[in-house]
Design a binder for this molecule. Structure first.
Ligand code: FES
Ligand code: FES
Length: 197
């Protein structure tokens, strides 16, 4: 058999094989895509949600899969609470629910129905900064400020929980709040300042 003939037969076989494969893929992809889409549509459910944020009541229909963090930022435009990792590892999203600190990225909005949520926007009083906010300014407790809302909400809770009795204790109980700028000394100093005032 001539070389050219061999090549052309191989070329023909390869080409038809690829074409057959390509013809099959769209159908299977379409079917897979439809299945995923149907699954998402089936999973998507909204539920009425009554929630109080910074002493203001909200009633809305919320996707049951929405996290508290996304509800605050996307639905209520309260963007003071930051999204860092979105996986419960950085503390940037810390808010208070009924006075206790929680990671809002790991909290479904449906779980806080009927509860009182406090965010960084809600801790000042009549334009007067919260003592912890003042302390962060005085003690250089921040640099870029991205982690700061979460740090401040955690710091307030840390004192309330009775975990601000020493530098070691403060560090231990603030260890869930990361600061990429490394403002840790100022943060600890801020907490000590408020705790002892
Ligand atoms: S965004 Fe929630 S812990 Fe990082
Ligand atoms: S101040 Fe920049 S990440 Fe903490």
């Amino acid at each position: 058999m001539a070389k050219n003939e061999k090549l052309s037969r191989r070329f023909f076989l390869k080409t038809t094989g690829v074409l057959t494969l390509l013809a099959a893929i769209p159908a299977s992809l379409k079917s897979a895509y439809k299945q995923v889409k149907d699954f998402i549509v089936i999973q998507k459910k909204t539920a009425p949600l009554t929630i109080s944020v910074n002493k203001k009541a909200y009633t809305l229909d919320s996707d049951t899969r929405t996290t508290l963090l996304d509800l605050l930022r996307e639905n209520l435009a309260l963007t003071g609470t930051k999204k860092g990792c979105d996986h419960g590892q950085c503390g940037a999203c810390t808010v208070h629910v009924d006075g206790e600190r929680v990671l809002s990225c790991l909290t479904l909005s449906a779980m806080v129905s009927g509860k009182e949520v406090t965010t960084i926007e809600g801790i000042a009083n009549d334009g007067q900064l919260h003592p912890m906010q003042e302390a962060f300014i005085v003690c250089d407790g921040f640099q870029c400020g991205y982690c700061t809302p979460g740090q401040i909400m955690s710091a307030i809770a840390c004192i309330k929980e009775g975990h601000a009795n020493s530098v070691t204790e403060i560090k231990e109980h603030m260890s869930g709040n990361l600061c990429r700028c490394g403002a840790y000394n100022g943060i600890v100093e801020s907490i000590q300042k408020v705790a002892t005032s």
